[in-house]
Design a protein around this ligand. Structure first.
Ligand SMILES: [Zn+2]
Ligand SMILES: [Zn+2]
Length: 418
């Protein structure tokens, strides 16, 4: 039998209720904050990600699913959504009517990472982006919205880690100070860090290798190097978060290696899966729209790791799949035929009804009704059809009531309407 690809997974019906619950929670909340959904393709020209994510990132260097199609074009399954949304923003001139656009998308992303527990090569993200707002309030709003999102899902122990990456005015001073320190500890750094240190010293700060972490433990904090504008921006963000009641702490290790990332950068961490780990991350990227060929446009975004969220919530939150309002236990071919049309009428009226399609005993049908969690059972056989009356049983109370079969679908619709 043909198995699915290693690192990929099926989301089975039993799990889907939780996925839908998370999606509904996100959609309702984002709408209240004025975000519109956008759907972008899962495949783009490789060049978009090389430029949009950066040539010397792990994603672009090692993890992309890239292929050459029959026309010889190099295409890549999207490893994240931001580059595609920025492309769409530029390509469709979404800035023309109003440069302020707040967008989100939910869907699969692809990275060829080493398969390990809880990590998939097709994984899902909730991705949110806001364009055209340079001021600090949109930063605070997005972190606040993320906080509310996790609260509504019952992830109460979440904490926002915050840092500022400065701007082209103040970051070079920090880079210089950091490079000075790195030159002193160079022999303690891993091979990746040594290679990247000259071009991209900031990335050494978020290297996960323990010796690297130790080597940069006393590294300067970028927030001590911010220019006045960046400092004011960052202070406004933290003040707003405090007033909104969003728990946060400063984290000087939180950095991004690419030049177009600016100012506020953040992660939402939780300890619900044991060790502290990030379930969402994002930040300001004021330079990206221009880098990808659009007009200079400030922007900020974040992505939530959907699979990790499911993993956390799966242990804590029981989301029930819908249960039938009615099960029709039909005995004999004639009763089954009638039941089929009653089911059709009730489903058309928006009521979930199940019936047995095979020739099963009443006992077997009652068992199935019970397993499905049906609220009521209507029992119809030859005798009921002859007398024109049948019993409607409430499965919780076991109470039975008689119902006339003439116009029964309409009557049931009245009784069962939620
Ligand atoms: Zn600055
Ligand atoms: Zn390292």
């Amino acid at each position: 039998m043909i198995q699915l690809i290693r690192g990929f997974k099926d989301i089975l019906p039993a799990e889907v209720a939780l996925w839908q619950h998370i999606e509904r929670t996100a959609v309702a909340l984002f709408a209240a904050f004025g975000f519109d959904e956008i759907r972008v393709p899962i495949m783009e020209k490789t060049e978009l990600f090389a430029r949009g994510i950066g040539e010397d990132t792990d994603i672009v260097e090692k993890e992309m699913y890239t292929l050459e199609d029959r026309g010889g074009e190099r295409l890549t399954l999207r490893p994240e959504a931001t580059a595609s949304i920025v492309r769409a923003y530029i390509q469709h001139k979404l800035y023309a009517d109003d440069p302020l656009r707040k967008l989100y998308t939910i869907g699969p992303m692809f990275r060829r990472e080493r398969p390990q527990k809880g990590r998939y090569r097709q994984f899902y993200q909730i991705d949110v982006e806001a364009f055209g707002m340079a001021g600090p309030y949109i930063d605070a709003q997005m972190i606040h919205m993320l906080h509310l999102f996790f609260q509504r899902l019952g992830v109460s122990r979440s904490l926002a880690h915050l840092n500022s990456l400065g701007c082209p005015v103040c970051r070079p001073r920090f880079r210089e100070a950091l490079s000075g320190l790195l030159a002193q500890v160079e022999e303690k750094l891993c091979a990746d860090c040594r290679r990247r240190q000259a071009r991209n010293p900031l990335r050494v700060l978020d290297c996960k290798v323990p010796t690297c972490r130790e080597a940069v433990a006393d590294a300067p904090a970028i927030v001590d190097y911010l220019c006045d504008d960046c400092r004011q921006h960052f202070n406004s963000v933290t003040e707003s978060l405090a007033r909104l009641g969003v728990p946060f702490e400063l984290n000087k290790r939180l950095v991004r290696g690419l030049d177009y990332y600016t100012r506020t950068t953040f992660e939402i961490q939780t300890d619900l899966l044991g060790a502290q780990s990030a379930v969402a991350g994002g930040g300001r990227y004021d330079g990206l729209v221009e880098t990808l060929g659009g007009p200079a446009t400030p922007a900020i975004g974040f992505a939530v790791g959907f699979d990790r969220l499911v993993e956390i919530l799966g242990q804590r939150l029981k989301v029930e799949a819908p249960k039938p309002a009615l099960f029709i236990a039909a005995l004999g071919e004639k009763a089954r035929r009638e039941a089929f049309y009653w089911c059709a009428a009730l489903a058309a009226a928006g009521i979930y009804v199940e019936m047995e399609h095979g020739d099963k005993s009443l006992k077997a049908q009652m068992k199935r009704a019970d397993r499905l969690g049906a609220a009521r059972v209507l029992i119809v056989g030859e005798a009921e059809l002859a007398s024109g009356k049948a019993n409607l049983r409430d499965m919780a109370t076991k109470a039975q009531s008689e119902i006339a079969l003439d116009g029964v679908a309409e009557k049931l619709e009245q009784t069962l309407k939620p």
